[in-house]
Design a protein around this ligand. Sequence first.
Ligand SMILES: *Cc1c(COP(=O)(O)O)cnc(C)c1O
Length: 238
Amino acid sequence: MNRILTNIQLIRQRMIQACTLADRNPAEVKLLLATKTIAPASIITALEAGETLIGENKVQELKEKSTALSHIPHQSHFIGHLQTNKVNDVIRYVSCIQSVDRISLAEKLQKRLEYEDRSIDIFLQFNTSFEASKFGADPSTATTFAKGIAQFDRLRIKGLMTIGLFSADPLQVRKCFRLLKNIQHQILNSGIPAHELSMGMSNDLETAIEEGATIIRVGTAIFGTRPFPDSYYWNEKQ
Ligand SMILES: *Cc1c(COP(=O)(O)O)cnc(C)c1O
């Protein structure tokens, strides 16, 4: 069988096992395919096998792949660092932006969405690892930040997103996910319906599911190793 399909089955098994161990219903956890650098043919293989949700990190890539994927029903989320000058483009291609991490970005989105008279789903991204290289809002100002974003009526806050620490120490990774869950608690208490938690990737999805993830984002474990290091996607200077 095709390598991608075998890998998806393995991930689905890992998800079910993690849910069972955490006493959670597997239907509560969605799989998002992180498709940066992956050619449309491979993405189509996954979608034809029944997957429905993909995430891209760069607006240019979204654009380039959109025609090739247009014949097959699926949802696209934006999961990368979003530059303010790409706002007009990105909202043409995705149903949700998971990486809203600053007020200035939300402001630009609101303006454009008002102009187009529509709205969009968003997640708030937090930097739970406190690494300078990672994007995301500061967890210590979470509620203020969420309330600030909630002022923009064209943005529907659906959840929170984070990238966990890259660490061989599972305890350190778990801390990041637990922090996001804590932040969610605070934000829910302030009346903002951020019910989804997007956290966990190829190496740490079990931990994320144990800590309450409702969306895991998996690339490498399905499509194989990427040609560029992740710093290429996560570094502000690129
Ligand atoms: C690339 C990427 C992933 C997937 O990471 P893998 O380790 O390849 O599974 C998840 N989330 C974001 C934001 C990414 O950029």
